[in-house]
Design a protein around this ligand. Structure first.
Ligand code: PMP
Length: 351
């Protein structure tokens, strides 16, 4: 830290993203990316935009927002585009955290970092013993709420009725539902937007639409809320979504059916892998996301992570006390999962 840094940042600890190693080729099952690369049409669209990159991109992101509004079945005033959903999450913590923000103890690790970075008081609500969100813990809280649905890293999804109860009992505050993984099996809260003006939904094209590297996320909700988020966006970076990102995302949403079909394919691979892992003695949470969260009584999470890494397979391990026995494994292609299962089998046999 230099002697020039503002005091307010002195105690910050940065979020640690999953490893993106460059030393050798790994089977990457650690950051919930899609095993499918972008289609040729997406690559072409991004390339064509790159040829015009001497000009600024559209700060209003009109073409992409229009298409996103069609896909999400909302008005164009109800959607804003961001540089990944991380960016809109940051703005949510900045904009709506005056009375504090509540979120689960085990969830996306960036939430507490966003709270700290914005000087927002975090009300951290423990998951139940079986790692579920208890909706009753979120009724009438008197502050903004952020919930990932499905939750990460458990993959466990709340039913739409439970989301509705939470939103309905907190009408004076924003309830943000982070649907980063919803296309892999859960029920989206999008239809609830017609009933509730305090519901804010966050989507990303990083996982379901094979665009993690393009950094495209959306905030979806009532126009007033969008106006607040847009105010912050335009005070920070009105050109927040690059021309290449806008073009790639537009094409990916034009191919929405194909992307959703791929998500269903990943969900089938997830179910098959989960069953095989259970047969191997793993305890696996009932995930509806594109990852599995599992532990094994014969080997620690850290040892599994390290053993797999040695065999060229990257998974995610969190040192957080409540979940340090677990590993999180992204659901990749059939072939990738077979390699993961075979490596895990070897590690267990060597015990
Ligand atoms: N929300 C959740 C729950 C996530 O797991 C992630 C991915 N790390 C994000 C949001 C951020 O995704 P992105 O910024 O790539 O849109």
């Amino acid at each position: 830290m230099s002697r020039f840094l503002h005091n307010k940042y002195a105690a910050l600890t940065a979020y640690t993203p999953g490893e993106q190693p460059q030393d050798k080729q790994y089977i990457k099952l650690n950051t919930n990316e899609s095993p499918f690369p972008p289609t040729q049409a997406v690559v072409l669209a991004a390339g064509e935009a790159a040829a015009r990159a001497h000009l600024y991109c559209d700060p209003d992101v009109r073409l992409l927002r229009r298409k996103a509004a069609e896909v999400f079945e909302v008005g164009v005033d109800n959607v804003l585009a961001f540089n990944g959903s991380d960016e809109v999450l940051y703005f949510i913590f900045a904009a709506f955290g005056q009375q504090g923000i509540a979120f689960p103890d085990i969830s996306y690790g960036f939430y507490p970092v966003f709270a700290k970075a914005n000087g927002v008081e975090a009300k951290v609500i423990p998951l139940t013993r079986d790692l579920r969100i208890d909706p009753d813990d979120y009724l009438d809280l008197g502050m903004c709420i952020v919930i990932a649905n499905p939750n990460a890293p458990t993959g466990i999804c709340l039913a739409l009725d439970d989301i509705e109860r939470i939103v309905a009992s907190n009408r004076s505050h924003v309830v943000a539902v982070d649907e980063a993984y919803i296309d892999f099996g859960g029920d989206s809260a999008l239809p609830l937007l017609k009933k509730f003006d305090n519901l804010l939904i966050i989507r990303t094209l990083s996982k379901s639409h094979s665009l993690a590297g393009a950094r495209i996320g959306f905030g979806i909700g009532a126009k007033d809320i969008m106006d607040d988020l847009d105010l912050l966006r335009c005070c920070v970076n009105p050109y927040n979504v690059s021309a290449m990102g806008q073009a790639a995302a537009l094409q990916a949403l034009q191919e929405n059916d194909l992307n959703l079909k791929r998500c269903r394919q990943i969900a089938r691979i997830r179910e098959h892998t989960a069953q095989t892992m259970k047969n191997m003695g793993f305890e696996v949470t009932p995930s509806l996301a594109n990852f599995l969260f599992a532990k094994h009584s014969q080997v620690t999470g850290e040892a599994l992570y390290a053993g797999l890494r040695e065999k060229g397979i990257l998974v995610r391990w969190f040192s957080t006390p409540r979940i340090r026995d677990h590993i999180r494994v992204t659901v990749g292609s059939h072939q990738q999962m077979e390699m993961f299962l075979s490596a895990a089998r070897d590690i267990l046999e060597d015990r």
